[in-house]
Design a protein around this ligand. Structure first.
Ligand code: NCD
Length: 302
């Protein structure tokens, strides 16, 4: 039985096959419309989510399957003190596969050790968010045609942003990917990313978004992760550190793509939404296709 806890749980070849499957689902949705009939997905969300939970639910419905679950920790037995290990043993009796989001780093790993069904990590604290990474990879590959030979700028909260950590982990495996890490000094990527994951790869850390713009093929904007700050004053000081607007977009390549895992707060001005390079709403749609592909693969139905 396979789980998806980190983007590295799939080899580059397996990932490529998964993205191919997602592209095929996009083209031929009717072929897949009944593949999960009689199957249940459990969505165990101990932390708020709109896109991730709903996109998992939409994905399972699109495959003809059913969904059970909870959307907040206080509506589950976690509020009574039940452990993740116990909850997953119970859920294994009710469902065929589960997606779990939890505020604690490592929660999905803990669940996978006791689970009788495949566990998908839908975000564990500030650590990883592999299905957002699958979404990002599918978006880049579909719209740019490749995952190698790109310069990607990651901008905003690189310290707490789990989508950034997962995406860097995934992209170092492709040839000639250059990373431009754009953040205030306080929100730099964690040391383990710089010293272990990015060691030996082409990366630079800068604070100025304007200066970085002209060289980027992809700009990955992120929200300052309010819920992970220890101190409200620090959040307020840093929350609007980068705001992408039309003026900054005018410095970018004509075919640069702007991605954002969403939700956006202020970091992308709405005036950018109509720019053909804004790919963040398309990215949401790709998120459904890739989750469909993932469910099929983990259930060994495709
Ligand atoms: C992200 C997350 O939860 O980490 N959202 C998402 O799943 N698309 C990004 C964020 O919350 O900023």
């Amino acid at each position: 039985m396979r789980h998806l806890i980190s983007p590295l749980d799939f080899s580059v070849e397996e990932l490529s096959d998964l993205l191919d499957l997602a592209n095929d689902i996009e083209k031929n949705p009717e072929t897949y419309a009944h593949k999960c009939e009689g199957k249940k997905l459990a969505t165990l969300f101990y932390e708020p989510s709109t896109r991730t939970r709903l996109s998992f639910e939409a994905a399972m419905h699109n495959l003809g399957g059913n969904v059970i679950g909870f959307a907040t920790a206080d509506s589950s037995s976690a509020a009574k003190g039940e452990s993740v290990s116990d909850t997953i043993r119970i859920v294994s009796c009710y469902a065929d596969i589960c997606a779990m989001r939890h505020p604690k780093e490592g929660a999905a790993t803990v669940a996978s050790l006791k689970s009788g069904i495949p566990v998908i990590n839908a975000g564990d604290g500030g650590h990883q968010h592999p299905t957002q990474t699958l979404t990002d990879l599918l978006t880049i590959r579909s719209l740019k045609g490749r995952l190698d030979h790109i310069t990607i700028g990651l901008c905003g909260d690189l310290k707490f942003g789990r989508t950034v950590h997962s995406l860097i982990n995934a992209l170092v495996r492709y040839e000639d990917v250059k990373f431009v890490l754009i953040s205030p000094p306080e929100l730099r990527v964690p040391d383990y990313i710089r010293e272990e994951v990015l060691k030996g790869f082409d990366f630079e850390e800068v604070t100025d978004l304007e200066q970085a713009m002209p060289k980027l093929d992809i700009l990955y904007m992120t929200r300052v992760q309010k819920e992970r700050f220890f101190n409200e004053d620090d959040y307020i000081r840093m929350k609007d550190c980068y705001i992408l607007d039309k003026a900054k977009m005018s410095l970018a390549k004509e075919d640069m793509l702007v991605l954002h895992p969403l939700p956006r707060v202020n970091e992308i001005s709405v005036e950018v939404d109509d720019d053909p390079r804004a790919a963040y709403f398309k990215q949401v749609q790709y998120g459904v296709y890739v989750r469909m592909a993932l469910i099929l693969r983990l259930l060994e139905l495709a």
